[in-house]
Every structure is written in C-alpha cells, then in structure tokens.
Design a protein around this ligand. Structure first.
Ligand code: SF4
Length: 380
C-alpha cells in the first residue's frame, strides 16, 4: 500500500488557569493521574477509529511526518503519557516524525520534566513565555513571574537544542524600549525560532475592553529589523527562524498539506474532507468511549474553490507567498490580473515571476488583501 505524509496534532485541553485573552479550548484544571489515563484511553480509541476512517478515505497508509502537542498546556501532562501515546501511534501508523514539538509553559517545567520529555522523543520545545517583562507578565495575567520564566528558559536552552520562544506583543503599556529588552533577553538563550503574535482582541474574552498599544506597524518593523539583524528570517507573518529551523509541522498547514488532529477542538483535513472534534472534553470522551464512534462535528466536504481559498489565505501568510501556476494547476483557479496590478501599485503585494507575496507593509493587511483576492478568484 502506498502511503501519505501527514502532520499529526494533539490538543491538550488543560491549563493551570484560563488567560483572559485566550480563545483556544482549554479547561482551568490540572489533571489527576486518573484523568490523564482516561484521556489517553480516549485518544487511543480515536486513533483506532481514525486509522480505519482515514485509510479508507485516502486509500493509502498514513505516515506521520511531524508531531505537535499544543493546547492548552501540553507540559502539564507527564512524560509517561507521551511515552505510551508514541508507542501506540507506532503500533498503528508509520510513526517516523522528523520533528516532535511540545508546547510548554514556564511554571510547568522542571529539569527532570524536560529530561523526561526529551527521553520520550520530543526534539523541539516551544516555550510560551509571552513576555519577558515584569509589567507584561502582570498585564497578561500569566501564572509565573519573570524569574520563573528566565529559569525555565535557561534550563530548556541547556537541554533542548531546538528551542522556540513565543511572545505576545502590543499589550497595554508596552513600548519599543520594553520590547527591545524582551527580545534581548530572549536572544541571550540562542533560540532557533521565535514567534511574535499581536495581542488580538477576541470578542468573547475579558480583554475585549482593553485597547492595545498602537501603532502596530512600528512594532512589526522593529521585531523584523532586530531579528533579521541577528540571523533570524521572517518566514511567516508571526514567525522567525534561523535557516533550517522553520516549524515543519506548521508548514503543513500553511502549505495546505494533509493534517490530522487528535483531542477536543482539534481540526483535521484529509483528501477533500475537513472536520473538527467537539470543543468539549466530556462530549469528546463520551462519544469515543460510550457511543464508540468518532466525534466528527461537523464533517465538511471541500470543493476545489475551498482549497483555492485556503491556498491563498495560508500561502500569503508565508514570506515566499503563493505560486500562481500551482493555484491554477492544482485547484483550477486564477487571480484577477487587474486586482494584482492594483495591489502591487499600492505597495501591498509584490510579484516575482509566478510568485506573489505580501510586502512587509502588506502583512498588516493580510485579511483585507485575502478577502479582495477571494472575491475575484476566477475559474480556469
Ligand atoms: S496558558 Fe495558553 S492555552 Fe492556556 S489559557 Fe493561557 S494562553 Fe490559553
């Protein structure tokens, strides 16, 4: 049987507490040993059902190329949990991931825990410090202080050669001087990768009333300039890496390749189907263990237009942009040449041969540019 390369995501729906700006599905709850076991049991059941479903759907065997534990707070779980999950995945799939990422929060890490995660096979740690300023950590209502964040970074950097550090910027009261100091502290740990996400005001979070510290463009420019001068390339709107250390797992999403998600709220896209698991741990577990079926809600059938739209949306997040020839050859659509010319004249996009990408200025208007391009997508 032929095989298909797939990125595998695991959602860990537990956090020490819920952060006010967070829109990801997670419960403010530290799981007991028993709850960890139940969750693992449900995941194994999901894997069994999925294997059957996905292999029938694609007519191929699955080869897991990357593994990413995100959340929530994956570092809340024990390394024994991951050990058992990896053994099970190896018994069901070609489980040969080149990259295994664990998202972690500073106050859930001890040297012993990090060593345990390394032993299970994780080879990339993504540490969500979010800020390296006392004021930033307080404003973002993180559960740890600066000392804990720096200690976790020191330990992680000494044990994980492939380390990513996640930041949130644009919080109220953050100026360029503070941002500069935060970046300087982060770079002293020589990470291979850095992410900078703008504080977005999700409508249903308590932070909606806050106004971020504008202007955002200055922050973006400052981050890009500072990191590029230190050898990090901005390869995606919010992500920077030393050459060769781009996140292979996330590239599956941005390059519209197949991925499968395990756990509540996780999304999957295989062949021409997309589905999402329920954003509810209880329903997720009950559907698998009591009703003995996959919790696919909803199951969407994707048309070529959906793929073309996803390719434009995701591809324009990448520095390299999209390939116009691929858009037509793979999905049967093309972009309106008149609109492209207009967007180039406005300094929002640039074109090199068949490649179209956003300019630095254009990245600030990603959603608006994509919306215009979507409206004028033509069928070949
Ligand atoms: S720790 Fe991360 S996932 Fe959990 S609530 Fe806070 S931001 Fe969301």
């Amino acid at each position: 049987m032929a095989f298909i390369r797939v990125a595998l995501y695991l959602h860990v729906p537990f956090c020490v507490k819920k952060c006010p700006y967070c829109d990801f599905y997670s419960l403010p709850h530290v799981p007991s040993e028993e709850e960890e076991k139940t969750y693992l049991h449900a995941l194994k059941t999901e894997v069994l059902y999925l294997k059957d479903f996905v292999e029938k759907l694609s007519g191929t065997e699955i080869k897991i190329t990357t593994f990413y534990a995100g959340g929530g707070t994956p570092s809340l779980l024990s390394h024994g949990f991951y050990q058992e999950l990896f053994e099970f995945l190896s018994s069901q799939f070609k489980f040969t991931p080149v990259e295994l990422t664990l998202e972690a929060n500073p106050d859930t890490l001890t040297p012993e825990k990090i060593k345990g995660f390394l032993k299970t096979g994780f080879n990339r740690l993504s540490l969500g410090v979010q800020s390296l300023s006392k004021k930033g950590l307080k404003t973002l209502q993180r559960t740890y202080n600066l000392k804990t964040a720096l200690k976790a970074l020191e330990t992680a950097a000494s044990l994980f050669p492939n380390l990513s550090i996640d930041f949130i910027f644009g919080w109220k009261g953050q100026g360029l001087k503070t941002l500069e100091e935060e970046i300087k502290k982060a770079l002293s740990f020589s990470p291979t990768h850095l992410s900078f996400y703008e504080l977005t005001l999700e409508h249903e979070t308590p932070f909606s009333a806050f106004s971020p510290n504008k202007p955002v463009e200055l922050f973006y420019q400052f981050i890009e300039h500072t990191l590029e001068s230190q050898g990090y390339l901005r390869y995606e709107i919010s992500n920077y890496a030393r050459p060769g250390f781009e996140c292979k797992h996330n590239l599956f999403y941005w390059e519209v390749k197949p991925y499968v998600g395990l756990g509540p709220s996780a999304v999957s896209r295989m062949a021409n189907l997309r589905w999402q698991n329920p954003k509810d741990l209880k329903i997720y577990i009950e559907t698998l263990l009591t009703e003995k079926k996959l919790p696919l809600t909803p199951l969407e059938l994707l048309k070529p237009l959906d793929f073309a739209k996803e390719y434009v949306f995701m591809g324009l997040r990448l520095k390299k942009g999209i390939n116009l020839r691929n858009l037509t050859a793979k999905f049967g659509y093309y972009l309106d040449p008149w609109l492209l010319k207009n967007l180039i004249e406005k300094g929002l996009i640039e074109r090199k041969g068949n490649r179209v990408s956003l300019t630095s200025h254009g990245t600030l208007f990603h959603n608006q540019v994509v919306k215009l391009l979507w409206e004028t997508l033509g069928k070949d």
